[in-house]
Design a binder for this molecule. Structure first.
Ligand code: C2E
Ligand code: MG
Ligand code: MG
Ligand code: MG
Length: 284
């Protein structure tokens, strides 16, 4: 009986593995099709200051698969990286978002003081063509580089520091600013903050979530804000979900914010509405 059970367990296990790799192959196929058939869309999530005014937006990639509907970037970006599609996808994100922001700017909707923040994964950052793709997007859209911010993670700094540094400087020379995304979740040395051409730290949402109740999270957020201020770096809190978060962070010396409290990431049309309703409240 035990033998039988053992065999069954084994059979279940294999079946499970099989369906996992089938799903994976299916996703790889779908990603290739998505790229060819332009199934990627970029969403925008506003970033706001103490007064709630818009100071920019983060570009967040959305993919609506034929069969599965919306798939999280956390799920498909690692796959796109493994099969090498991330570079073409990143190029599309750069083109679509800069073109959209350039259009909004011409319409008077997007202010020159606002930044569009674009995520670049460590693998994208290391790729030889990244700078070309950035320049291409700026040229095609006509968007000034000063309006563009690139979000990198601490991991970028850990692999090949010299070439990462060189690339960061090239981007800065173009006029682009650099943010460190998910700050506090990686293993980078504090020394980097002093030496590298970084403009802003984005405090990871995992520290913000329980900020009110967890004294350790509170201490970490307070320390990061103080350190950023002391090093003359900008600082933004991610994952600001409630008025309580917003008020607490203000008291702690933070001055820029992003999160569901202000808005979820939304499609271009919804973002336009957000901006317009925002201007109206500002006038009143
Ligand atoms: P991220 O860059 O840290 O982006 C912030 C994530 O937090 C987004 O998830 C956003 O929807 C979510 N978020 C924003 N406000 C809140 C909040 O108040 N509460 C909570 N719980 N979540 C909030 P999303 O859109 O699913 O993206 C996940 C990750 O996928 C991003 O994390 C980024 O690492 C990656 N990603 C998204 N778009 C791109 C892209 O175009 N290129 C690359 N390389 N990575 C991307
Ligand atoms: Mg980001
Ligand atoms: Mg983040
Ligand atoms: Mg994240």
């Amino acid at each position: 009986k035990a033998k039988e059970l053992g065999r069954n367990t084994c059979a279940f296990f294999q079946e499970d593995m099989q369906s996992t790799s089938d799903a994976r192959l299916q996703m790889e196929k779908s990603l290739h099709r998505a790229l060819k058939e332009d199934e990627f869309e970029v969403y925008y999530q506003p970033q706001n200051n103490d007064k709630g005014d818009i100071i920019g937006a983060e570009v967040l990639l959305r993919w609506k698969d034929h069969d599965r509907g919306f798939i999280s970037p956390m799920e498909f970006i690692p796959v796109a990286e493994e099969i090498g599609l991330i570079h073409d996808i990143g190029r599309i994100v750069l083109q679509k978002s800069t073109e959209q922001v350039a259009t909004w700017r011409q319409q008077g909707l997007w202010q020159d003081s606002w930044k569009i923040s674009i995520n670049v994964s460590p693998m994208q950052f290391a790729h030889a063509n990244l700078l070309d793709y950035v320049i291409e997007a700026l040229d095609k859209s006509g968007l000034p580089a000063e309006l563009v911010d690139i979000e990198i993670t601490e991991t970028v700094l850990m692999s090949d520091l010299d070439s990462a540094l060189a690339k960061m400087e090239q981007l800065r020379d173009l006029g682009i600013s650099l943010s460190v995304d998910d700050f506090g979740t990686g293993y980078s040395s504090l020394k980097y903050l002093k030496d590298l051409p970084i403009d802003r730290l984005k405090i990871d949402q995992s520290f913000v979530r329980d900020l009110i109740n967890d004294k350790d999270d509170y201490a970490i957020v307070l320390a990061v804000i103080a350190m950023a201020n002391a090093l003359s770096l900008n600082v933004l809190a991610e994952g600001v979900e409630t008025l309580e978060h917003f008020q607490q962070l203000q008291l702690m010396g933070c001055y820029s914010y992003q999160g569901y409290y202000f808005s979820r990431p939304v499609c271009a049309t919804e973002f336009e509405k957000y901006c317009k309703s925002h201007f109206e409240t500002e006038v009143i």
